[in-house]
Design a binder for this molecule. Sequence first.
Ligand SMILES: [Zn+2]
Ligand SMILES: [Zn+2]
Ligand SMILES: [Zn+2]
Length: 327
Amino acid sequence: MSKASKDQRIKLYKDHNVQLLVSKFVSGELSKLNPVYDDKYGYRYPVVDAIVGDPSSTDELLRSLFEAGVLKRELYDKIVYCPSCNTANVSMHYCCPHCKSFDIRKSALIEHIQCGYIDTEEKFRKDDKLVCPRCRKELTKPGVDYHKAGVWCTCNECGKSFDIPVPAHFCRDCHRNFSFEESLYRDVYSYSLTPEAMKEATLGWILITPIREFLESRGFEVESPGFLKGKSGASHMFDITASPTGVERNITVIDLATSTDDIASEQPVIAMFAKIYDVSPERACLIAIPRMSENGKKLAALYKIQLVEAKDQKEVIKEFEKVCMTE
Ligand SMILES: [Zn+2]
Ligand SMILES: [Zn+2]
Ligand SMILES: [Zn+2]
């Protein structure tokens, strides 16, 4: 996943609604977010509607979470909306391909296996029995005497017959007839948390929150994520920025390098160096979870980035205090 989408995710995690939704996945309360059918609006996501308060913003939130790689999606259904009034309260019509009437009669085609005669079921019907109109034998055993050979439709309007009807729609609300071409035909998804977001949420929130609280208890003003403007004029984002309350400069920047493997690569060291080169903070700390690669350690030393390695919440404060809070 690209760096850009990671930055996007970190911004989204700041949003209280996003935190509420993601925490439902992290806690296991939600493993998959499935849409629930609603006659009028089509599919809804009541869990998300309840979080955002305004159901009209639900789709946009889900889309931005999908685009940033917080959620992954899976096609759940397709839905037809009326192009005039936008309702999902739409019925399906199968129409005559000749005159477009939906007043058609659908029958089953039956083949009498012994003599090979094929006709519609009505032609075989004699009271409650099936009798072959050609050879007059009675058909009793499906699959042995006879089998279904498809469907056959007859139009009550123009009298013509055909095997494949043309689909069309009827809006039950505004009563408009419309074709598939005119319809609004949309994807409906179910959503779940991506592995990246699951990791970022568990590690990020579990680790950033205690560091933040620790710094605040030491009299720092903390922003998470924090944005600082560099000499180049560009604005850079750090997982945490902190400065002693009431002091103009003396800035500490902190980034988190998490890894799904055992060892974090040097990539976050390089990325952090590019930012601190521009911003020139007084102190830069990189917290590697659980460990930093040898290359990363050498680079961090060269770039004067203080490196903290911690495998969990308990260790992170202890190590952070030892490495970053001593002059
Ligand atoms: Zn017709
Ligand atoms: Zn027959
Ligand atoms: Zn309509």
